[in-house]
Design a protein around this ligand. Structure first.
Ligand code: AMP
Ligand code: MG
Length: 400
């Protein structure tokens, strides 16, 4: 049995480095860039108008003067002529500034009569003109290695003609549940059967992490079946997540099956509660690394170990730094840890009026089979071995 910090360090040590692949812009949202990109052109590409109105020479705009409208520059259709002295050219937002013009008078600041316009509000020189390269020049860095592709960055790539981007490929993850007692959510359990909660839970968590769920399967507690299902999972995925069957019971076959398939145990069992029976193994075959997270079967243990060990691993494999939202709170009650294992106490956070620091209230039922300790919770308080915390003292809550 190893400590939580040793387990964390080992998982991180064996996590493969993220791999850069080319992805079409339309499927790259949320992924992380694997290289820097520079502007392929100036922004704006050409000097244009920021308003609908008239392009004029500032020097022509004298009180009560009328300027003859001689043409139009619209978005995508530049004016045919240059701006002659004493004239105006109608212009729309984003349209090329005609040669000779230096100022835009917005529509709302002028009046028109026949083919003449009159300025009602005196402009400032150069107003509403967007000069070429005023945002940045060609060659300027626009996107960086490590940037997550938000809609704005997708737009930036599109603006520069980058239809394919080098990104870190999301790992493919296979999910395998085990247990003779399990039926699917749409089935009705009989006798001592229960519904499979872990597969839908982990499928959701894997998708939410941005990784690709390649495969889900279920195996009975039968060595042959577990081997077969695990072999298929390994064939399809970079990361295999199993639930149940990782403990010391006679019907727990994950570890044995993993060894048959060429996995090496990195660790088994962690001094933590819940989540003690977690098993972690790796396999390197023909240069391909596969990780196996053998998570415990009790849904709370499953989710706690997923959130604490698997989710950060998936994030790293996608070039992301694992998100850790920590909130300071006051604990509502005395806590003492006499279990010899770090306790992941599930708490809900309550904001009280007039108090900046929220109250962390441990869920009353912390059994690892009781999902309310997760559905009603906002995060964990880590309670070290032998630690005592008095009601009212400050604690860190790691939010889910
Ligand atoms: P195990 O680790 O296989 O001994 O399972 C521990 C406990 O978790 C048992 O009570 C199982 O019935 C329960 N369990 C295992 N897998 C699942 C699952 N997929 N969904 C819900 N409960 C499960
Ligand atoms: Mg089982």
């Amino acid at each position: 049995m190893i400590s939580v910090s040793e387990a964390t360090a080992l998982v991180e040590q064996y996590t493969p480095k993220p791999q850069g692949v080319l992805r079409n812009l339309s499927t790259a949202a949320g992924l992380v860039l694997a290289q820097d990109y520079k502007a392929s052109e100036d922004s704006p590409r050409f000097t244009n108008s920021a308003m609908d109105g008239f392009a004029v020479r500032f020097a022509d705009v004298l009180p009560n003067i009328r300027l003859r409208i001689t043409g139009e520059s619209s978005a995508g259709n530049a004016a045919q002529s240059t701006l002659a002295i004493g004239t105006a050219i109608r212009i729309s937002t984003g349209a090329l500034l005609p040669l000779g013009a230096d100022t835009i008078v917005p529509l709302e600041d002028c009046s028109m009569e026949a083919d003449e316009m009159q300025v009602r509000k005196h402009p400032t020189q150069g107003q509403f003109v967007r000069p070429q390269a005023s945002e940045y020049a060609i060659g300027t860095p626009i996107l960086r290695n490590g940037d997550e592709l938000t809609p704005a960055r997708i737009a930036m790539a599109a603006q520069h003609g980058l239809t394919e981007l080098s990104v870190f490929a999301p790992p493919s993850v296979a999910l395998l549940s085990t247990g003779n007692e399990l039926v699917e959510a749409h089935e009705t359990p009989v006798d001592t059967q229960i519904r499979n909660a872990n597969v839908p839970m982990l499928a959701a968590a894997i998708r939410q992490s941005g990784a690709r769920l390649s495969h889900t399967a279920h195996a009975k507690d039968d060595f042959g079946q577990v081997c077969e299902a695990l072999a298929e999972a390994v064939r399809l995925a970079d990361v295999v997540v199993t639930t149940g069957g990782a403990s010391v019971g006679e019907h727990d076959f994950i570890k044995q099956a993993a060894h048959v398939l060429g996995f090496e145990t990195v660790f088994w069992r962690i001094r933590q509660k819940p989540g003690k029976p977690m098993f972690f193994a790796k396999r390197t075959l023909e240069g391909r690394i596969t990780l196996l997270f053998g998570l415990p079967g009790n849904p709370v243990s499953t989710l706690v170990t997923f959130l604490y060990y698997v989710q950060p691993t998936l994030a790293r494999m996608m070039g992301k730094s694992p998100a850790q939202r920590r909130t300071q709170a006051r604990i509502s009650t005395d806590l003492a840890n006499m279990h010899g294992r770090v306790e992941f106490v599930r708490v809900c956070l309550i904001k009280e009026q007039g108090n900046e620091i929220p109250l962390a209230v441990p869920l009353p039922k912390q059994d690892s089979a009781m999902l309310t300790s997760m559905t009603e919770a906002d995060g964990f308080v880590f309670l070290d071995v032998e630690a005592r915390v008095e009601a009212g003292s400050l604690v860190n809550v790691q939010e889910f």
